[in-house]
Design a protein around this ligand. Sequence first.
Ligand SMILES: [Zn+2]
Length: 165
Amino acid sequence: MHSIQAAKEQLEDLLLEYIDFDGSMGRLFYDVAFLCKSMHSHVTKEKSIQQRNPFNVTRATEYINVVELPFSTEQSGEPKNYHGAYLTSSRFGTLSQMKRETGCTIKICGDDFRVPLRYCAPYVFIFGGHANAVDRAVEIIKVAIRNHMKDCKCTLKEENTRHRI
Ligand SMILES: [Zn+2]
């Protein structure tokens, strides 16, 4: 089992180099963990999972999760405009509430959020040391997204139901 674990980590590290540490690496590591059930058997209520954090230079194992961002389009076929700036705006206090209550950290990944992304849609990457704390942070982020969507015309994509809010 130990050598399989090592092989999995080597493969992950190769993938990181292959995508040149693109901002999609958080989603990649989350999805790999989610698919490798035998090595990542503990999935929480909010589907947080224990996995190495690719944004951490030491690749420390933490609980990680991914939350979709809503988007708007001017016209169908036009590029999507993802909405996430309110999550870190001090006006709404979401980030400070989350840090205070959970000690977790988020990274908003996307070209518009200073984390360039080539291989997937923009998303929120959430991580922390404890399962319950990460689950609570996910709830706080989802509430903030729902509140934003009440006053905005943006929407969440329907085809990926795993992280539907
Ligand atoms: Zn919006």
